[in-house]
Design a protein around this ligand. Structure first.
Ligand code: NAD
Length: 456
């Protein structure tokens, strides 16, 4: 690992990565990797996650291509130094903010969107002119191997390297000195990464997870709401960091909405989602065990929670049906941690006030979703809660807007990226001041301070 990082540092020190032309060439090469080799990428995502090709295009490849296009369109303007006014004491002078690349950076990605979450941060790192180590997830092994090969073939190997592997390799990487660590993954590992980076005083971006709620009230079109919730929740078999984790609604809204979610699931995946090529699989046996373990007591009739949809599973193929559980309370096991799977708990509350209180009393979520046509409710949701993002009527869709910052707050993450913010993540804003020597107006500030100076 030390050799890889040393090599990259040497490259960075030669200045290879700094010219605008190099950055643009690398971004174009990355675009070609995604577009020209899209079929291969689709195949590995199918192998790793049973991810449908169209879904792979929409949620992985196209998201990164959109980020690249947006960046290529604006990069020159973003890189232009910005002039700022100087105060009287310092005038005459010019003051500018100049973006410089941070240096050698590490990007560590999870397995759930193994293309998007490795390569979208890379767009920012290349745009900023950094040298990069990419660490894909070992839990999406086919995609990891393919990306290692394609990056080696198509990007400038002097400045962009892929290190494959799991805990051991990442631990060894984190012992090296980087100028920034960009981590996407769980809160647990986020803490490990943060502690390792602190030893080197390395700045970090932590893109973590959490339980993102969705609130639905009776002013909305419940049929559309049901479709959109089912889409965002069961995409990639629920293994989406911004998926709605649980549903909050009044008893009467929940009673009408839950059957509509069932109808949406049948429309998307047919009567038997197991046979659908549009429905994913859980990533590992551990994930299968964890999620089916949460359902077991409910299937056995313990407690008040009931299966309203799904629940069936197959360990051999790591299949877990799109599942909705009603009668869930905040004390239930389903509400203890991020589910990260195709189980939607429905928690009923008396009012929006109660929903807001419940959200406020829990860790700040990565995203908060609401289906309401009531302006006052929207304003209250916006002002009385804190979350990485709020999306009205469109769960998960905010991450496809390059102009919006994507990131968490509090335990759901530190920092944000996408669009210009990705460039910010991997750049240092250098203050540059230039003042003429004559006249020597700084004389007003020179000692001795014993006598008051009337003029320069
Ligand atoms: P994870 O934290 O287990 O793994 C992420 C990365 O860290 C992998 O590359 C892995 O190899 C590495 N890693 C694992 N254990 C490590 C250790 N002990 N030391 C050093 N490195 C280690 O996360 P995951 O299971 O791949 O992904 C699921 C989690 O990621 C969920 O919590 C989800 O919400 C979150 N997530 C967040 C976002 C976001 O953009 N905010 C996106 C996707 C997933």
């Amino acid at each position: 690992m030390a050799t890889v990082v040393d090599d990259l540092r040497q490259t960075f020190d030669t200045g290879l990565t700094k010219p605008y032309a190099w950055r643009v060439a690398q971004l174009r090469a990355l675009r070609a990797l995604l577009v020209d080799r899209g079929d291969e990428i689709e195949r590995t995502l199918w192998l790793d996650l049973h991810k449908n090709g169209d879904e792979a295009r929409l949620t992985e490849i196209d998201v990164v291509v959109a980020e690249i296009d947006h960046t290529l369109k604006h990069l020159r303007e973003w890189l232009r130094p910005t002039r700022v006014p100087v105060p009287l004491l310092v005038a005459p002078a010019t003051a500018q903010v100049v973006r410089e690349p941070l240096g050698v950076v590490l990007i560590v990605a999870p397995w759930n969107y193994p293309v998007q979450l490795l390569l979208a941060p890379l767009v920012g790192a290349l745009a900023a002119g950094c040298a990069v180590v990419l660490k894909p997830s070992e839990l999406a092994p086919a995609t990891s191997a393919l990306l290692a090969r394609l990056v080696g073939e198509l990007l400038d190997g002097r400045a962009v390297r892929v290190v494959e592997g799991g805990v051991d390799e990442t631990t060894a990487l984190l012992e090296q000195r980087f100028d920034h660590v960009f981590f996407t993954g769980s809160e647990r590992v986020g803490r490990i990464v943060y502690a390792a980076a602190a030893k080197q005083l390395t700045p970090v971006t932590l893109e973590l997870g959490g339980k993102s709620p969705v609130w639905v009230d009776d002013t909305t079109d419940l049929e559309v709401a049901a479709r959109r919730i089912a889409w965002a929740k069961f995409m990639n078999a629920g293994q989406t960091c911004v998926a709605p984790d649980y549903l909050l609604a009044t008893e009467s809204v929940a009673a009408r909405l839950v059957p509509l979610i069932g109808a949406a699931v049948r429309r998307f995946y047919g009567d038997d989602p197991r046979a659908s090529t549009s429905y994913g699989r859980l990533v590992s046996d551990e994930a299968f065990e964890r999620l089916s373990g949460l359902l077991r007591p409910i299937q056995q009739g313990a407690g008040a929670a009931r299966l309203a949809l799904g629940g069936d599973s197959d360990a051999a193929t790591r299949y877990l049906a799109p599942t909705v559980v009603t009668g869930v309370t905040f004390d239930d096991e389903l509400m203890a941690a991020e589910l990260f799977g195709p189980i939607l708990p429905v928690v009923t509350v008396a009012s929006l006030d109660d929903a807001l209180e419940a959200i406020r009393s829990r860790p700040k979520p990565l995203a908060l979703y609401a289906f309401t046509e009531d302006d006052r409710s929207r304003r209250r949701i916006l002002t009385l809660t804190s979350s990485g993002a709020v999306a009205f009527n469109a769960p998960s869709a905010h991450l496809a807007v390059p102009g919006l910052p994507f990131g968490g707050v509090g335990p759901s993450g530190i920092g944000a990226y996408h669009g210009e913010r990705s460039l910010d993540v991997f750049s240092h804003e250098k203050a540059v001041l230039s003042k003429p020597l004559h006249p020597d107006t700084l004389a007003v500030a020179y000692p001795p301070f014993t006598a008051r100076k009337d003029s320069v």
